[in-house]
Structure formats: C-alpha cells, structure tokens
Design a protein around this ligand. Structure first.
Ligand SMILES: *Cc1c(COP(=O)(O)O)cnc(C)c1O
Length: 365
C-alpha cells in the first residue's frame, strides 16, 4: 500500500460540499478581488490567531516583506534569523533592505538557539525573526527577553505553525507582528497562494495594508509607493470554509505524531522530533533524524512511502548566500541536520494502517 507524503485530494473530498459552495458564492457575487469574502476571512483569522488585526496578502513570503517594510527596515540594518528555514524568511530581509544575520539552531528542536541570537547582536541589529519550524514554537520567553533588553522588534514566522502554543499562549502573539502562509500544503492551506500578517498594533496593520494595496487605502489616493499583494476572494472563501476544521485537523496531526513517536523511538539510529518544555507542536512536518538518511529515504521510496527533506541545504550554505562566506563550523547543528533530517508522511487524514506501514519499513531498514 503506497503512503503519500500528504493527501490534499482526500481533504477536499471530506469537505467537498463546503468548498464547492464557497467557490460558487464568489463567482455568483463577482467578489474576485477584495470584497466581503476577504474581509470576513481577515476577521475570522484575526480571531483564530488571537490578534486584533489580520492583513491578508498574496503569500507568506510577501507577508514577511510587508511586515519588515512597515517596521521601517533600512539599508545597513541587521536582522537576525535562523539558519534552518525555508528561504523566504532570509530572502525577504534582503528585499526589505537589510542585512541577513544567521543563527544556529539549538540542536534538539530545529528552532533558533537564543544563546546564538545574543551572540549575534551588534549596534546595527534591529529585529529578530524566529521561525516556528515544522510547527514547533521557538523558545519565545528567551527570545522576547533578548528583544526587550536590546529594544529589537520580533516578527514570528508562523508559516508552519497555525494554532501552535508556547506555554499556553498562541504563537504569533509575542512579537510586533506574525506572518502566515496558506500555501496549499500548510496546516491551513488555500487552493493556490495566500498569506497574511497578524498584529495587535493598529498603526502597523494600516501601514501594511497600504503597502499591500499600491500604497493607499482609498482608490487613487496613493500615499506611499506600495506593491500589489492581494488575497483573492476565491482563496479567502476557501480558507473561511476550512478554518472551522483547523482545530480538529491539528489534533489529528498531534495524535498521528504520538503514534509515530511510540513506534519509532525504540528503533536504533532513529531520532524522533524533540519537543521543548511547554511547547505544543502542530506537526506541519514530522521530521526525524537518521545518520543514513539518504539510504533510508531511498528504501522508503522503493517501498511506496513518500518522504521529503525540509530542507536539503541550510540557508547559510545556499548559493544565494555564498557572498556571506559562511562555514559549517559556524552552524554545526543546522549543518548536521541538513544531512540527517527526513520528513515522514504527515497529514490529518493519515490512517493507523498507513503509519504502521511507515514504522515497519523504518524498522526493517
Ligand atoms: C511556506 C513558508 C513561507 C512562505 O510562504 P509562501 O506562502 O510559500 O510564500 C515562509 N516561511 C516558512 C517557514 C514557510 O514554511
């Protein structure tokens, strides 16, 4: 029995009536750009994420750009982020006009090491972007303490962490702003590209809204030079249809992670994901470590189990950052992990049988 990495078609079939009705409504109302479907989703997602304002935009990458531009990043500024993330986090620092400063991860949770942040701060540092990678909150108490001490802003990259909590508090509510992606495969996914920034700061929200809409809030009144980054009505309606299911899907992912943990943690050479104290992990990805990762991935693939590597090259070692001249010894954890990480099939609808098959194959390997 083949086991897919994720199964978006199955998710759709389970809620087909709701999705089809949402799409039909947008077409009926001609509400393709802005309009009430977008307004409704912004209101609903602000509530779901525990924040006052949600500014929707075209994708999670633009969300990072908008947040940094609204925080008035300027040339010469340094922004600290993790060595282990999707490239958007770092690339948008550059596009917003600042210099990227990478920090290593903590060696256990795949999230940024607060001690490395402290060591990377210079007089030019203006902000920190922790990433709640794979769905696990970064160590927000330690990060906020550093930010407060040095008067830095914090943007939480929540692209993989919808509804995750740190000490009971929702991610995305700690910093000045938090960015989300609704890329189809994310825990809350549209049927195309979509993203948002959430914040409790009304002025920041207004500035980001303006930036995303050609620099104005009223048609033909361009107060600044903005960009065009819109969540379209179709995606908004689809996201509104899916949002009520998110808590249940999250619980299902967490239960699936428990099944994997129990089945895999006694197997030699397999390191199951470590979860830091008082962090609720929402398992966008269930990522193990294995010293013979490539051989294990090939064996699983040959037996019909799809896996992924998130990500094969840590950010400092990508060609895009060759100009920074980084060495593996500067990021020992991220460098070790890029050779050992393997993401196993994980989605809300995964069955016990599918998981048993994955576990058994890892055991026989
Ligand atoms: C997906 C993702 C993004 C970017 O989101 P897009 O919607 O694909 O632009 C940013 N950061 C992280 C950590 C992500 O996983």
């Amino acid at each position: 029995m083949p086991v897919p990495f994720a199964d978006l078609q199955l998710q759709y079939q389970n809620i087909k009536g709701e999705i089809d009705a949402a799409i039909a409504g947008v077409i009926r109302d001609n509400a393709f750009i802005r309009g009430h479907y977008v307004d409704n989703f912004e209101r609903e997602f602000a509530a779901a994420s525990g924040t006052a304002h949600c500014v929707s935009c075209a994708n999670g990458t633009d969300a990072l750009y908008l947040a940094m531009r609204a925080l008035k990043v300027k040339p010469g500024d340094e922004v600290i982020t993790t060595a282990h993330s999707w490239i958007s986090t770092a690339a948008m620092i550059t596009h917003a006009g600042a210099n990227v400063v990478f920090c290593d991860t903590d060696g256990a949770t795949f999230t940024i090491d607060p001690a490395a942040i402290e060591a990377a701060i210079t007089p030019r540092t203006v902000g920190i972007i922790p990433v709640h990678l794979y769905g696990q909150p970064a160590d927000m108490d330690a990060i906020m303490a550093i930010a407060n001490k040095h008067k830095l802003w914090v943007i939480e990259d929540c692209a993989q962490a919808h509804l995750a909590r740190y000490k009971g508090r929702m991610v995305g509510t700690f910093g000045e702003a938090a960015t989300y992606s609704f890329y189809p495969g994310k825990n809350l996914g549209a049927m195309g590209d979509a993203g948002a920034v959430v914040t409790n700061d009304a002025a920041l929200a207004e500035h980001m809204t303006m930036l995303a809409r050609h620099g104005g809030l009223v048609k033909h009144q361009h107060r600044i030079e903005g960009i065009n980054s819109r969540l379209d009505g179709m995606q908004a309606a689809i996201l509104s249809a899916k949002l009520p299911h998110l808590a249940g899907w999250t619980k299902a992912r967490q239960q699936a992670a428990e099944v994997y943990d129990a089945g895999l943690n006694q197997i030699e050479d397999v390191v199951v994901p470590a979860v830091g104290p008082q962090r609720s992990h929402v398992y966008h990805l269930y990522t193990i470590r294995h010293p013979r990762r490539d051989a294990l991935a090939a064996y699983l693939s040959a037996n019909g189990v799809q896996t992924a590597i998130n990500y094969p090259t840590a950010l400092p070692f990508l060609a895009a950052y060759a100009r920074l001249g980084h060495h593996p010894e500067q990021f020992p954890n991220a460098h070790r992990d890029q050779r050992q990480i393997l993401s196993l099939p994980m989605f809300a609808e995964i069955t016990r049988e599918q998981q048993d098959e994955v576990i058994e194959l890892v055991r026989t390997f």
